[in-house]
Design a protein around this ligand. Structure first.
Ligand SMILES: NC(=O)C1=CN([C@@H]2O[C@H](COP(=O)(O)OP(=O)(O)OC[C@H]3O[C@@H](n4cnc5c(N)ncnc54)[C@H](O)[C@@H]3O)[C@@H](O)[C@H]2O)C=CC1
Ligand SMILES: CC(C)CC(=O)C(=O)O
Ligand SMILES: [Mg+2]
Length: 366
């Protein structure tokens, strides 16, 4: 198969982790007879430096002309980078938000799965981890607070900032359907997370989710307030199958869920619309604190490439091969620094490796 892939390497660790995902894809191409053609697309801080804006119209067109986009991450240190002195619409993150909106990527799938080999990297107690857990966070990605009206102004001599959170019933219905659809292929349980004890948008969310649930009698569902969910994720993560939630809650809860899998460097993601197109990226950011050191974990990006093969190209066998190779490498004891055993856990049989070695090891096993 010929696959046209847009590649956004981005900033910080972005180029380092994307290189490893391409290395694994190269191996898949050789072994299974596929041709991956890449088009480099500028987005984020690197685009600001080159063009003055975080995402040009040409970049959006290049993404649209691709079958799928594979991305690293964008942004810099939000306290020290000169990018954050720019107006909000010119900062790196504005490029990513614009791309998600332009491509209508409303469904963000973030699978949080604890590999049994990584139990020692999980900060939770053994009795909480049990046999491990496997949840899918279904995050709404093109509405809510990140896309609402915002302004900063002086009112009666007092500096005042406003961000608004809006959802309409259609936006809620389409993501809720996606959540229930995916639950049907999993353990048939949806936990819809909101803040309906306070927010109007959450009350509408709850009402629409209940309507959608009627079409899925086999799926059990519950509502959970977001503050409780944040607590339950560390108290008993095994209880979750599909977590269905709005944009900002999903952003925060998925970072929390990632840590119980061992590291943010393990959490892949797919951002989908109503077509086969998808944007595939690790859930974490550009990690400026470790960029350039060659120690970032490339697994989330490699697993995102596997999601790309599965969801956009229907190459299930090849996606399975990547996922199995990741499992195998972990089984053989190879770890980047972020997934090394926690203090007090045994390091017997464990070998610490750098980003490129981890990519080589996985590529050799697909
Ligand atoms: N999708 C994207 O491109 C995203 C971009 N960002 C941007 O990234 C920049 C940094 O944000 P932070 O809050 O520091 O979050 P971050 O996710 O970049 O880093 C948080 C912590 O996780 C570690 N980490 C992240 N990915 C890792 C990996 N693959 N391997 C090992 N360790 C990893 C980092 O070293 C850091 O200690 C900001 O400019 C932010 O806006 C944040 C989230 C998503
Ligand atoms: C620009 C941000 C909303 C990106 C982010 O934190 C994420 O998608 O997880
Ligand atoms: Mg995030």
């Amino acid at each position: 198969m010929d696959c046209k892939i847009g590649v956004i390497s981005g900033d910080g660790i972005g180029p380092e982790i994307v290189t490893e995902a391409k290395k694994v894809l190269e191996q898949i191409g050789n072994k299974y007879g596929h041709k991956f053609q890449y088009t480099e697309i500028l987005m984020g801080g690197c685009s600001i430096d080159a063009t003055g804006v975080p995402l040009t119209d040409e970049a959006i067109e290049a993404a649209k002309a691709s079958d799928a986009v594979l991305m690293g991450s964008i942004g810099g240190n939000t306290s020290t980078s000169p990018w954050y002195k720019l107006a909000p619409e010119l900062r790196p993150e504005a490029g990513l938000l614009k791309l998600r909106k332009s491509l209508n990527l409303f469904a963000n799938l973030r699978p949080a799965y604890l590999y049994k080999e990584l139990k020692a990297a999980c900060p939770l107690r053994d009795d909480i981890i049990g046999d491990g857990f496997d949840m899918m966070i279904m995050r709404e990605l093109t509405g809510g607070l990140y896309f609402g009206e915002r302004r900063t102004e002086e009112i009666d001599g007092v500096m005042t900032a406003m961000d608004s959170l809006t959802y309409n019933e259609n936006e809620i219905r389409r993501i809720a359907k996606r959540g229930f659809d995916i639950a049907m292929k999993r353990r048939k349980k949806v936990t819809s997370v909101d803040k309906a004890n306070v927010l109007d948008s959450s009350r509408l969310w709850r009402k629409i989710v209940e309507e959608v649930a009627k079409d899925y009698p086999e799926v059990s569902y519950e509502h959970m307030l977001v503050d409780n969910c944040a607590m339950q994720l560390v108290k008993d993560p095994k209880q979750f199958d599909v977590i269905l939630t709005e944009n900002m809650f999903g952003d925060i809860l998925s970072d929390e869920a990632s840590m119980v899998t061992g590291s943010i460097g393990m959490l892949s993601s797919a951002s989908l619309n109503d077509t086969k197109f998808g944007l595939y990226e690790p859930s974490g950011g550009s990690a400026p604190d470790i960029a350039g050191k060659g120690i970032a974990n490339p697994i989330a990006t490699i697993l995102s490439a596997a999601m790309m093969l599965r969801y956009t190209f229907d190459l299930d066998k090849e996606a399975d091969a990547i996922e199995q190779a990741v499992k195998q490498v972990l089984k053989e004891g190879y770890r980047t620094i972020d997934i090394m055993p926690q203090a007090g856990e045994s390091k017997e049989g464990i070998t610490q490796v750098k980003t490129a070695e981890m990519g080589d090891l996985i590529a050799a096993r697909v």
